[in-house]
Design a binder for this molecule. Sequence first.
Ligand code: NAP
Length: 496
Amino acid sequence: MAGTGVFSEIIEGEVYKYYADGEWKLSSSGKSVSIVNPTTRKTQYKVQACTQEEVNKVMETAKVAQKSWAKTPLWKRAELLHKAAAILKEHKAPIAEALVKEIAKPAKDAVTEVVRSGDLISYCAEEGVRLLGQGAFLVSDSFPGNERTKYCLTSKIPLGVVLAIPPFNYPVNLAVSKIGPALIAGNSLVLKPPTQGAVACLHMVHCFQLAGFPKGLISCITGKGSEIGDFLTMHPGVNCISFTGGDTGVAISKKAGMIPLQMELGGKDACIVLEDADLDLVAANIIKGGFSYSGQRCTAVKVILVIESVADSLVEKVKAKVAKLTVGPPEDDCDITPVVSESSANFIEGLVMDAKQKGATFCQEYKREGNLIWPLLLDHVRPDMRIAWEEPFGPVLPVIRIGSVEEGIHHCNASNFGLQGCVFTKDINKAMLISDAMETGTVQINSAPARGPDHFPFQGIKDSGIGSQGITNSINMMTKVKSTVINLPTPSYTMG
Ligand code: NAP
């Protein structure tokens, strides 16, 4: 159970502690932040509301800890990461329980998230020892006008203190996707978990403590992003920010100093369906891509662009599958569970009502109880409706009927977002042309968009992000190249 057994030291009374300088602490603010269970809509947990002074202290210790961590042999860093991964997997049950209560993640998916996170940490350790175990050797005589008098040795060095801010929907996985690369590369790490998902993150951080990481190397500051976020992201002690979330990331990128940023933001992933597509395959992928975790995934299918001649047939197939989705509490492992908050449910409802008023066809009756919204397919959506462009982050999915592939590509590219997209056709040549034409970080051919496997590059263009994730890219992003040049008094040619 969350907060018990090995985790009993991370909680005092009913409030979870924050983690700094190798210890679990109570904030001097004396204040806490409530985490509301999306299903019951009652306070489930409480976490510390950390102060600016506590952030300052964490940054100081992170800086000191990083200096000696950078001198820790790579194989030792990897060994500790493997240990943390094993401990995390061993304690998957209480962490998954927190995910169910904090973010209404279906029970099985919650366990999967923790296990996948352990695998991700191990992969970081393995990738890191290979990637960081080698550099480059350049000689000067390949550039015009030079003789072979200069030998340039390059290696990858850590950036310093990495600030990691994950979103609510994969709080553990998207935290370790930053923690693993940062630590193997020799950085220290300050985590600011999402409020919904903070308790799962605190448990995860404790697994790193149990693994024996040096004190101060990892810290976890809790509090509302709206209150503590700016202070953290603009803190002079931060040398890199890795953020995943919504528009907040765009604002952070404008405020942050001259430091590397990794931003994984929102998406409006389009699913383009051609006449020759296997409609059963498309329908299955629309269900998986559009409705898993109630559509609260950055890479969820968020708009279907289907050629008119096959639209009726596709809509019927999707409707039949929507009817089979189970709706209810995450504890029962239902397909559709309550969305994360009341404000999120209200926002989704706003998009749905706007579409209704402007003439969209509802394929199911719109139904909502509290934060629980029944899955809804909206047909005959037109570009003047908000849902054609905005990210609902809920189980509601618009269908736009298109007259040509060009119309579909145009809609996809007119979006402010450019995360992923997908195209369904049996003609691989057409698929490649469409993939090249879509202005998104990734295009999936004959499958729904997805982040992962976690070592695949993952990136968005336009308002969907800066930089690229995926384990290798993240390790590279959290390092900088350092060169040492050996200058010889006379040219020296190997075997010369
Ligand atoms: P969000 O509201 O942007 O919050 C993300 C994180 O930022 C949370 O930890 C939040 O803390 C924190 N935060 C809030 N205000 C802040 C500030 N001023 N400064 C610094 N941090 C601040 O996003 P969300 O609702 O959690 O997640 C949903 C969004 O994430 C969607 O748009 C989705 O598409 C996107 N997403 C993208 C990816 C990707 O890889 N591209 C993956 C998953 C999700 P609090 O919780 O305390 O407010």
